[in-house]
Design a protein around this ligand. Structure first.
Ligand code: GZL
Length: 309
């Protein structure tokens, strides 16, 4: 089901919803939190929020607390894919619908959640790979036969976007025989860790033609490390990332970022539309797919004034 097909209304819901958020690791995450908070106010929803500080056990505790408080629905942004069966069974037993936002889960029975509202991360990885290959081809003529070396900075280990963005990217790179991922390490979706990982890559003595970061915050950290090493991002090393936050748009415009695949975090309206549908007994598809598009310097210049995050 596409996000556009989810019925929308601004009518007040007058319900209580528990929201288990992963944390505040990136600009994208903060934008998502704001979107859910703002939409809750608009829809007259009492929102009980919990910031799990990146820990699954905190999310499980929060969900149990929401169940004890007999909330009408739960919104969950699951930090990792595995380990949710038991607590989601408790929510189901309490007849509380669970709406997953922005990351999926791997469960034994998909009736344990109502729907997942998220982008197609595998497709995001494919799009990022296509943009990276095109950008490197601009820097290195095809007549140069050597392997183009790629460094990958991964998102949180076990998280759906990290797993899927890696697999979509790999699928396309494998179709380009003279491109190779020579280094890959977790940067935890944060700018600081992304910079640290890139510094270590650069100190390893390996030569890189490109960096693929699973989100903008890690890409911006990597760009900082590349500059501090006396190299020119965009020229010496092409950088491509995913999210589409304002900082990335500025990097596209200044040329340090070659391409960025948007992953829309403004999921508040969709989350409450899904809750309204569930409360009305409507059947929802297991995934509501949020469409993404890729940006480069040209399109970023045009679009920057419209960006909300
Ligand atoms: C994607 C989301 C990811 C973003 C990161 O839906 O889960 O987590 O890409 C965020 O910026 O930290």
């Amino acid at each position: 089901m596409k996000a556009a097909d989810l019925a929308h209304s601004d009518k007040p819901l007058n319900i209580c919803v528990g929201f288990s958020q992963i944390g505040a690791e990136s600009a994208w995450r903060s934008a998502e939190t704001t979107s859910i908070n703002e939409e809750a106010a608009l829809r007259k929803v009492t929102l009980i929020s919990n910031d799990a500080q990146q820990k699954q056990e905190n999310q499980i505790k929060a969900i149990r607390s929401f169940i004890a408080q007999k909330v009408d629905a739960i919104i969950l942004a699951p930090v990792v894919e595995a380990g949710w069966d038991n607590v989601l069974k408790e929510a189901k037993k309490a007849n509380i619908p669970v709406i997953l936002v922005d990351r999926g889960v791997k469960v034994s029975d998909d009736s344990l959640y109502t729907t997942l509202i998220a982008s197609d991360f595998v497709e995001e990885g494919r799009m990022a790979a296509e943009k990276l290959v095109a950008a490197v081809d601009k820097n290195i003529p095809k007549s140069v036969s050597r392997t183009r070396n790629i460094a990958q900075i991964e998102g949180t280990t076990g998280a759906a976007p990290a797993n899927d963005r890696a697999s979509g990217f790999k699928e396309v790179i494998e179709k380009n025989p003279n491109f190779k991922i020579v280094k890959s390490q977790c940067g935890e979706f944060t700018r600081a860790k992304g910079k640290e990982v890139m510094e270590a890559f650069l100190k390893s003595g390996e030569k890189f033609d490109a960096v693929y970061a699973h989100n903008d915050d890690m890409a911006l950290g990597a760009i900082q490390a590349i500059k501090e090493a006396g190299l020119k991002p965009g020229k010496d090393i092409v950088v491509v990332s995913i999210d589409g936050v304002k900082g990335a748009f500025q990097a596209l415009i200044d040329g340090s970022l070659a391409a960025c695949v948007e992953c829309n975090p403004l999921l508040g309206p969709l989350a409450f539309d899904a809750i309204a549908a569930a409360k009305d007994g409507k059947k929802l598809a297991k995934q509501v797919i949020v469409d993404d598009k890729a940006f480069d310097a040209e399109s970023a210049k045009k679009e920057l004034k419209n960006r909300k995050y």
